[in-house]
Design a protein around this ligand. Structure first.
Ligand SMILES: Cc1cc2nc3c(=O)[nH]c(=O)nc-3n(C[C@H](O)[C@H](O)[C@H](O)COP(=O)(O)OP(=O)(O)OC[C@H]3O[C@@H](n4cnc5c(N)ncnc54)[C@H](O)[C@@H]3O)c2cc1C
Length: 227
């Protein structure tokens, strides 16, 4: 996403599900302030080079995933990443009524978490079905029957009538967050009007990405006011 100060493109995101988050950020902005789907090839102080041309600006905030951030800002320390594999199942009945993330309190460390996605976003499953997403952290993903056996245990009910829809592996899904957690927060100001935001500057989560964005925005305002 490129935020710019003159007209180009409109946004059109569904109100429900994950798209609700960028919509909540984008909706209060003046129309025509965002350019979408334009990869940034290069950043430098006062300039962003995109496939659609250059943008001149007083501050640049690089808010991309860690590998892309390191490519755009070579001065950044390389971030160690974890891969994530998510198993999607369709169920005739939701194994839980609430829109909550279930973690494995017994720490068997096969499943990291599981959630009935359609409890939070009803449109994520057709009428009469429910979508369960279960994630595993690490480079090797267990076979689906192993995961399903864990789900039977975690939800405390049979999963025999569930259908395995697909398994999606996301390499470089999350920045590693080794203890002590208190050292996760990293600087967002890189100097010369360059800033960086994202979950790799805070905790590896949406909350961390938002918190780092808040810090980056504050740092930009401070620098622009000083200049
Ligand atoms: C399967 C999965 C499940 C998750 N579940 C949860 C959860 O339940 N709760 C939670 O808190 N977190 C969860 N996370 C983590 C969460 O998604 C991330 O922490 C968060 O999205 C990080 O936000 P970000 O803005 O730092 O980066 P991203 O969300 O990665 O956004 C970076 C954006 O930059 C774009 N980009 C990259 N390169 C360029 C370029 N050159 N030019 C222009 N754009 C570029 C990318 O396309 C991307 O849209 C999950 C992650 C995965 C993979």
């Amino acid at each position: 996403m490129v935020l710019r100060s003159f007209a180009r493109g409109r946004i059109g995101l569904p109100a429900e599900g994950m798209a609700a988050l960028p919509r909540a950020v984008a909706d209060p902005l003046p129309a025509d302030l965002l350019d979408l789907d334009i990869p940034v090839a290069e950043v430098a102080p006062g300039r962003v080079r995109t496939q659609a041309g250059d943008i001149r600006c007083r501050a640049v905030v690089v808010a991309v995933d860690p590998p892309a951030a390191s490519a755009l800002l070579p001065a950044l320390t390389t971030v160690r990443m974890h891969s994530y594999t998510t198993y999607y199942h369709s169920a005739p009945e939701p194994p839980l009524a609430e829109p909550i993330l279930l973690v494995d309190g017994d720490r068997r460390e096969i499943v990291a978490n599981t959630v009935v996605l359609s409890n939070a976003a009803r449109t994520y499953a057709p009428a009469g079905r429910h979508l369960v997403a279960t994630s595993v952290v690490g480079p090797t993903a267990p076979p689906e029957p192993t995961v399903r056996a864990e789900l039977t245990r975690l939800y405390g009910r049979s999963t025999a009538d569930w259908t395995h829809l697909t398994t999606v592996a996301v390499p470089n899904a999350l920045p590693a967050a080794p203890p002590p957690q208190g050292r996760l927060r990293k600087p967002v100001a890189m100097g010369e009007g360059l800033f960086v935001a994202g979950d790799h500057r805070d905790s590896p989560s949406i909350q961390g990405a938002l918190a780092s964005g808040w810090r980056a925005a504050g740092a930009v305002l401070e620098e622009l006011r000083a200049g």
